[in-house]
Design a protein around this ligand. Structure first.
Ligand SMILES: O=C(CO)[C@H](O)[C@H](O)COP(=O)(O)O
Length: 269
């Protein structure tokens, strides 16, 4: 079964489990898995027209409720998710309109057994983090290739770090001094030059090895504990860094579409 099917299964499971007729303000992450989150939300909004969903409602343990989409507002985390919301005729909200979001569903590039995640493979992690931070519930959906024991085991491209463009050389050198093993200024495809984020910034991908909590030696000879929270803190302190694609202790639950494309694994805190 394809990776695409496993993404769809994870997305459907998260929507069916966590969205009900009371849900009003919904954060929408970015990436390929999120497309299926929106697909399922739209299906749930057309519940009465949708025979298959009605049948599931009658026959299964899981009671699916119709979503009153006119009453819901969707907060995007990127240009991509904004377009998805608009093209599906859903109500669009802006991040700064709300102090609290009921629930956010988002993808991830890697999720460890404590539900810490690397995000930003699509360079959207700044807005994704803002939305996750103000959400009462932050749920991750991903295919089975994203699940790991410790971060850095599967996603070896590096932690995505959004930086102010004129600070990128400084940030690059500071990351080297922190002991970063592999560094790349992310380059655009079909455009000469770097990727420019939705916020007008650059992205550096910085690989620090496995974030397994072992002591690590920076190039200027200081030691630090190579845990997700410590690495996050150290990178965040560097001048020119806007946001780091490490989401530590933010997710409540993660759903992974399994290899068979039919079942879904769950990681809970
Ligand atoms: O963090 C992200 C974008 O910045 C995405 O959520 C992450 O890259 C996963 O994407 P996909 O669902 O395509 O695997």
């Amino acid at each position: 079964m394809s990776l695409t099917e496993s993404k769809r299964q994870a997305a459907y499971k998260a929507v069916d489990t966590h969205l009900n007729s009371e849900t009003r303000i919904i954060g929408i992450g970015s990436g390929s898995t999120i497309v299926f989150v929106i697909e399922r939300i739209v299906q749930r909004g057309n519940f009465k027209k949708n025979d298959e969903l009605n049948e599931k409602n009658e026959n299964s343990d899981q009671k699916l409720e119709e979503l009153d989409l006119d009453q819901c507002v969707f907060i995007p985390t990127s240009f991509q998710s904004r377009q998805l919301i608009i093209h599906n005729g859903l109500n669009l909200g802006e991040i700064d309109q709300y102090q609290e979001i009921d629930i956010t569903i988002d993808g991830a590039d890697e999720v460890d057994e404590n539900l810490n995640a690397i995000k930003g493979g699509g360079a959207c992690h700044l807005r994704e983090k803002v939305v996750a931070e103000i959400s009462k519930k932050f749920i991750i959906v991903a295919d089975y290739t994203k699940r790991s024991t410790v971060l850095g085991e599967k996603w070896v491209k590096g932690i995505p770090i959004e930086v102010i463009p004129f600070c990128y050389a400084l940030a690059y050198n500071s990351l080297k001094l922190l002991g970063c093993q592999k560094l790349n200024l992310r380059m655009a495809k079909n455009k000469a030059g770097p990727v420019i984020t939705d916020n007008g910034n650059f992205v550096i991908d910085a690989y620090f090895g496995k974030l397994d909590g072992q002591q690590s030696l920076g190039n200027d000879n200081f030691m630090f504990i190579n845990s997700p929270s410590e690495v996050l803190k150290r990178i965040k302190l560097l001048t020119g860094v806007v946001e780091v694609g490490l989401f530590v202790g933010m997710a409540e639950i993660a759903y992974f579409g399994e290899e068979d494309g039919c079942s879904v694994g769950v990681l809970k805190k």
